[in-house]
Design a binder for this molecule. Structure first.
Ligand SMILES: [Zn+2]
Ligand SMILES: [Zn+2]
Length: 220
């Protein structure tokens, strides 16, 4: 007669380890899923920080290009810093971002990737922009008036030319520190600080108090 597997025959012995393996697989799966969840929870803030620093770097690159455009403008216009506003031949005023268009590669340079509310300055020809010009240098004596010359700036590496604008609250072309303080500046757009471009063309991320102390970087 053909051999029928008994209770303690080879068939039973083969099933026992299989059941044991299934048990292990379930525990292992729970462990693996738990580890994955813990790792994901740990990595998420790191990824977010990496994304944030990527945006900060591309914003700095925008300000670097704005600085180059301002330098090229000064070369073409007798050392003059680009005026915040210029009279338009057809009437009205032209904002600095439109005046600088011939020196800018593209309009994306005017937009910080973190800025959700880039604005146009009211009552003039203007592109939406995240950045503002320091009016202490670029609007001397009133609206649509003249700007300073680069050579008039005593410390070009310690004088802000470009800052990030608080578009969520204000639509403007620039910042007048003596009139508004830091009210119109997006002082914490990138973490606890924001990016700035200086008259000499260099760019830096700064916490707001560092723009005032040890030296007020807003005054020429
Ligand atoms: Zn920015
Ligand atoms: Zn503008």
């Amino acid at each position: 007669m053909a051999a029928v597997p008994s209770a303690d025959g080879p068939g039973m012995r083969a099933r026992r380890p299989k059941a044991l393996m299934r048990g292990f697989a379930l525990i292992e799966m729970i462990v693996v899923v738990t580890i994955i969840l813990i790792l994901a929870a740990m990595l998420l803030p790191v990824l977010e920080a990496a994304l944030g620093s990527g945006e900060r770097v591309s914003c700095l690159s925008n300000l670097h290009h704005l600085g180059m455009a301002a330098t090229l403008y000064a070369d073409d216009y007798d050392d003059r810093i680009v005026p915040a506003m210029l009279p338009c031949p057809a009437g009205g005023a032209i904002c600095w971002d439109v005046t600088l268009q011939p020196y800018l590669r593209n309009r994306q340079i005017l937009l910080c990737p973190t800025d959700e509310t880039p604005r146009q300055a009211p009552g003039c020809i203007c592109e939406p922009h995240s950045y503002g010009i320091n009016l202490a240098l670029a609007q001397v004596g009133g609206y649509m008036s003249s700007s300073l010359c680069v050579s008039q700036i005593e410390r070009p590496a310690q004088t802000v030319l470009w800052c990030e604008l608080n578009g969520a609250r204000y639509a403007t072309h620039g910042v007048d520190y003596d009139a508004d303080g830091l009210e119109k500046v997006a002082i914490s757009r990138h973490g606890t600080g924001a990016n700035y471009g200086f008259v000499d063309g260099h760019t830096r991320w700064l916490q707001p108090e560092r723009t005032l102390d040890p030296r007020n970087l807003w005054r020429p």
